[in-house]
Design a protein around this ligand. Structure first.
Ligand SMILES: Cc1cc2nc3c(=O)[nH]c(=O)nc-3n(C[C@H](O)[C@H](O)[C@H](O)COP(=O)(O)O)c2cc1C
Length: 370
């Protein structure tokens, strides 16, 4: 029976995580306009390593300027980024955590005012956000070849900077997800149609990275298991198949982003099995699985492991409670839930820009004393 504080050795590598607790990838907007590492981004991530998170994922890091998703986002598309990334990897390693960079391209969801060009995706469509209708152009073969190269070059930079691996962001409606989804991918060529074809962009990136880097460099993929919000077009059955294709193509791990780690799939609400159990049963035991989604207490994390995860990835809890691993170790029942005061967040090395960003989450930040 696996335990939260068991170590985990990734098969065929020398990469060992000290425990099963990961900091989920989280956009925090604390880097510079040119994508170089900001001081607050460094502090936020290295603090979680210091507090005992066995694996620290970075935020979504754009691999091309036209894939940027937010102001202040960490970048990895140029050698100017390498010094900051090197400092970050060694800052995380000094506390014994593994450092994994999440690589992404925003596709249709990259705002025009940030990328200064028309956003592109799998197919031409109108992307609607906050009552704005944004025309998105279809990817050309040249775009696809270039983006595969950009993901590969970013992985190579991450490797040279000292990161233990990368995670391809195939979730939440960004470019890789847009290719997976029938809502945004209407292509009739080799990049569209069957699940295999829709997953081709991710598998080509995976294979290209494998070709250029040693096998001990971890390459995993994050997936959204099913339709949600504005990233519809893929259901649990498609996602299980995508995960299997990725496993067959040598992915080192699959990270399932749920919005409630105990929920059954929406497609099968009568099921008593949480989504992660569906993936475990479908994929077998060889591939490590991460799960995120409303994990707050030690017991929530244990339940996720029992349901089939090898790792829990903590999002909101890790923002407000940097010492979550220590509290979990002592099985402290008192985990404070939001709202968190600005003072508490500052003490947790959440910088002002990130605190402001967190106001977008209902009732997360409080200006008064808590
Ligand atoms: C502020 C914030 C930023 C996030 N940014 C990312 C991101 O860059 N990449 C990603 O895959 N998920 C991102 N997520 C989703 C989290 O990784 C996680 O899956 C989600 O918050 C659910 O976990 P939780 O309930 O523990 O917060 C973000 C979530 C939050 C709260």
């Amino acid at each position: 029976m696996k335990q939260l504080f068991d170590t985990y050795l990734f098969r065929g590598t020398d990469k060992s995580a000290n425990n099963r607790i990961a900091l989920a990838p989280m956009t925090n907007k604390q880097s510079y306009d040119d994508g170089t590492l900001g001081e607050d981004e460094y502090r936020w991530l290295t603090r979680r390593a210091r507090e005992g998170f066995g694996i620290v994922f970075t935020c979504a890091v754009h691999v091309q300027p036209d894939g940027k998703g937010w102001e202040g986002e960490l970048g990895n598309y140029d050698d100017i980024h390498i010094p900051g990334l090197t400092r970050l990897a060694s800052g995380i390693h000094q506390y014994g955590s593994l450092a994994i960079m999440q690589l992404f391209h925003g596709g249709a969801r990259s705002p025009e005012n940030l990328i200064h060009t028309q956003p592109w995706s799998a197919s031409e469509h109108i992307f609607t956000i906050k009552n704005h209708n944004i025309p998105v152009r279809a990817a050309t073969e040249k775009d696809i070849t270039k983006v595969i190269q950009s993901f590969t070059k970013a992985a190579i930079r991450a490797y040279h900077a000292g990161f233990d691996g990368v995670e391809l962001h195939g979730a939440h409606g960004y470019l890789l997800h847009q290719f997976l989804s029938t809502a945004t991918n209407h292509r009739t060529d080799q990049w569209g149609g069957s699940v295999q074809n829709r997953a081709r962009l991710i598998t080509e990136i995976l294979q290209s990275i494998r070709l250029h880097l040693p096998p001990y460099f971890l390459v995993g993929v994050r997936l959204s298991p099913e339709d949600k919000y504005n990233y519809k077009g893929i259901d649990i059955d498609d996602s299980l198949r995508v995960a299997e294709i990725l496993k067959d193509n040598g992915a080192d791990f699959i990270d399932i982003s749920t919005w409630g780690s105990t929920n059954p799939p929406q497609k099968y609400p009568e099921s008593t099995k949480p989504i992660i159990t569906w993936f475990r049963e479908y994929l077998g035991n060889e591939i490590p699985l991460f799960v995120a989604g409303e994990i707050w207490t030690h017991q929530d994390a244990v339940n996720a492991l029992i349901a089939g995860a090898d790792f829990v990835a903590l999002g909101k809890a890790a923002i407000g409670i940097p010492d979550w691993p220590t509290l979990a170790k002592t099985k402290t029942p008192h985990i404070t839930k939001p709202p968190y005061s600005t003072a508490q967040l500052s003490n947790a090395d959440v910088g002002n820009v990130f605190i402001e960003y967190m106001r977008r989450w209902d009732n997360f930040v409080s200006d008064g004393d808590i």
